[in-house]
Each structure stands twice: as structure tokens, then as C-alpha cells.
Design a protein around this ligand. Structure first.
Ligand SMILES: [Zn+2]
Length: 126
């Protein structure tokens, strides 16, 4: 049963977008590991001054924070790709109605239709 509200052409476009973004993010994640001062093997050997230590701690924390954001985005992309495979991509998780195709083309990892997204934002604000 085909639940997705999208045409096959739109689905192909979105799937390609998602895969491209996934590759970019995986690359970014790899770069983050290299940039992390804590992954530098020389770090323990140098008698770093306190401010260097602090800078390294800051760098590590920043990179960890970006890394978790990247992980969240990767998880969203994976969910979207999985649902494309399952055939229920583009179905709102809340009301189970079709998410507007235009919305999905702009934001391929959207899991809610604009009505439910709006309702959720309102309830989040309280
Ligand atoms: Zn909905």
C-alpha cells in the first residue's frame, strides 16, 4: 500500500537530497573528530599552560555540541530515508494525513504537517 502523498518524481528528488545531505554530514562528522583537540595524540605530552588547556576544553565542548547536532540531523535523515523505503514517507506522525508535498520539498525531514507543527509549537511554548 502506497501511503506517501508524493509523486515518484518528487520522492526521487527528496531521496537524492537526503542522501547528499547525509554524505555531507558524515564528512563533517569526520572533520570534527580531526579538529577535536582531545583527539590530538600529542596533547598529553605537551606541558600546556592553563589557558591552552581551557581553550582545548572549550574547543572540545564546542565540537561535541556540533557533533550532537550532526547526530540529530543524521538520525532525522535516516528516519526519512527509512520511511521512503517503507512507503509511508510524507505521512504526518500526528494526524496521519499527508504532509504537504511543497513542505517536504523545502524540509525533507519534516514529520508533521504544517497544521500539527503549528499546534506542537504552540504547546511547546507553554
Ligand atoms: Zn498533521
Amino acid at each position: 500500500m502506497k501511503l506517501t502523498p508524493l509523486s515518484n518524481d518528487d520522492l526521487t528528488v527528496i531521496q537524492t537530497q537526503l542522501i547528499d545531505k547525509q554524505e555531507l554530514l558524515l564528512k563533517r562528522k569526520h572533520e570534527l573528530v580531526i579538529e577535536d583537540p582531545f583527539s590530538n595524540p600529542d596533547r598529553l605530552n605537551d606541558n600546556a599552560a592553563i589557558d591552552t588547556e581551557a581553550a582545548e576544553q572549550f574547543g572540545h565542548d564546542t565540537i561535541s555540541a556540533i557533533g550532537s547536532e550532526v547526530d540529530v540531523m543524521l538520525a532525522e535523515i535516516k528516519k526519512a530515508l527509512d520511511s521512503i523505503t517503507r512507503g509511508d514517507y510524507g505521512v504526518c506522525l500526528r494526524c496521519m494525513k499527508a504532509i504537504e508535498p511543497k513542505r517536504l520539498l523545502i524540509n525533507p525531514t519534516a514529520e508533521l504537517c504544517s497544521t500539527c507543527q503549528h499546534t506542537q509549537q504552540l504547546s511547546d511554548a507553554t
